[in-house]
Design a protein around this ligand. Structure first.
Ligand SMILES: Cc1ncc(COP(=O)(O)O)c(C=O)c1O
Length: 441
């Protein structure tokens, strides 16, 4: 990621602002006015003040086109799938289109995309199926940095005699201890489950290396990309992971989960399923009637990201390339906001920030920041910010292994400030001023 010293802003003929870097690469800047105009919820007010949504890690806002796609489906095509009449055929076509959109988003084929209610449910289902092949003495490696949805479904296999080993963290910057992780992976390891990024402290893990380590020992690699997905591009083929899960409500879509599975695994493993359901992939992994209206919203949310990419860089056209262009601009914008946020937070007396603080390492973290402030519980801080129209979160956000490991669980966890690409520098300033006011700085 390029700092300002390396770059200069220029306006091109089409009015799109770009950064010319000292390298040959150019990165288009986000057109924040355009971005914000897409999200109707951002114009809400609280007690006469514009609402500031810093709660993205819990779920992001959605663009108008997602809302429209959901209601359009319910108005025009609402039907069960597989019927011999127009609305049902339209439903089947819509689901196929949404699979193709998610395949472009993740860089795979459409038949490797499984829809489900959320990441947790999909992971429980997959852990049960993988667990059918495991026996006593087999091992699974998990991490202290992960959300419990990538821990408990695997721990459930302990009842089959499987041993779970937890990889530790470096406490000082809340990064994964890769040395420890690599020692915990042995020839008994059958699966390594790890998050792409921490939903609590923002650390981005070196998942590429972790997948390689897993594969060297013949283990499967299961990646929880729920927190990473709104902040960076995902390429499951380049990662070579066996499974990757994400939740569309964290990246500007509806409340749904999506699982990518390598075709060979989706074909070979045995899902728990009813007889009437097909044996063809990916549908054999989807039970009962899906949430069709939300699936319509998923296609719209990927198309929003693609249009954002085309907006910042009109030279890209295919959907996958456009999504990648969007993420280049998103990362750059979030990097700038994160730098001001962390710099400002560190000036607040009594504040402790958990996670990477060194700006030269900010490409190893998401703009999700966990803090505690002496004399205040995270709940008190979140409540007072909420009264001022600033939405943050408090507690453990289910990253229970981490709050226990850092010994903050008993004291209310952290205050989490989560930036998304639709946030502004003014909003960061408002948060910093409000926090200073609350703590009397
Ligand atoms: C990193 C991470 N993993 C998993 C989950 C669980 O996702 P879902 O709500 O889709 O089950 C969350 C939700 O906050 C999360 O942040």
């Amino acid at each position: 990621m390029w700092g300002r010293s390396h770059a200069e802003r220029v306006k091109s003929q089409n009015g799109i602002t770009t950064l010319l870097t000292t390298q040959t690469e150019t990165i288009s800047l986000l057109d924040l006015a355009w971005v914000r105009s897409q999200f109707p919820a951002l114009s809400q007010t609280v007690n006469g003040q514009p609402a500031v949504f810093l709660d993205g890690p819990g779920g992001t806002q959605v663009p108008q086109r997602v809302i429209d796609a959901i209601s359009r489906y319910l108005r025009h095509d609402n039907a069960n799938s597989g019927g011999a009449y127009p609305t049902s055929r339209n439903t089947d076509a819509m689901i196929a289109a949404a699979r193709a959109a998610m395949a472009d988003f993740l860089g795979c084929d459409a038949d490797e995309i499984v829809f489900g209610p959320n990441m947790t449910t999909l992971t429980y289902a997959m852990s049960r199926s993988i667990g059918r092949e495991l026996k006593a003495g087999d091992e699974i490696v998990l991490t202290h940095l992960d959300h419990d949805a990538n821990v408990s479904p695997w721990r459930a296999l302990e009842e089959r005699g499987v041993t779970v080993r937890m990889a530790d963290i470096h406490e000082e910057d809340c990064t994964l201890n890769l040395h420890d992780l690599s020692h915990k992976i042995t020839n008994r390891t059958k699966l390594v489950a790890v998050g792409y990024a921490s939903n609590a402290v923002g650390t981005i893990n070196d998942v590429h290396t972790i997948v390689q380590l897993a594969h060297e020992s013949g283990a499967l690699a299961y990646i929880d990309a729920v927190h990473y997905a709104p902040h960076g591009p995902i390429d499951v083929r380049a990662l070579d992971c066996d499974f990757l899960v994400c939740s569309t409500y964290k990246f500007f879509g509806p409340h749904m989960g999506v699982l990518y599975g390598k075709r060979e695994h989706l074909q070979r493993l045995h899902p728990y399923k009813i007889r009437a359901n097909t044996n063809a992939i990916p549908n054999r992994w989807e039970w009962g009637t899906l949430n069709h209206e939300c699936i319509a919203g998923i296609a719209a949310c990927v198309d929003y990201l693609a249009d954002l990419g085309r907006h910042v860089n009109p030279s890209v056209s295919p959907r996958r390339a456009a999504v990648l262009a969007a993420y280049a601009a998103i990362r750059r914008h979030e990097h700038e906001l994160m730098t001001s946020l962390i710099r400002g937070l560190l000036q607040i007396p009594g504040l402790k920030l958990y996670g990477i603080q060194d700006p030269s390492r900010f490409d190893q973290r998401c703009p999700t920041v966990a803090v505690r402030i002496n004399g205040f519980t995270p709940l008190q801080l979140a409540t007072r910010l909420g009264e001022r129209g600033i939405f943050t979160w408090d507690g453990n956000y289910y990253a229970l292994n981490l709050t226990e490991r850092l010994d903050v669980e008993k004291d209310g966890g952290f205050l989490r400030i989560g930036l998304a690409h639709y946030n502004t520098g003014e909003e960061v300033e408002r948060l910093l001023c409000a926090l200073k006011q609350i703590v009397g700085a």
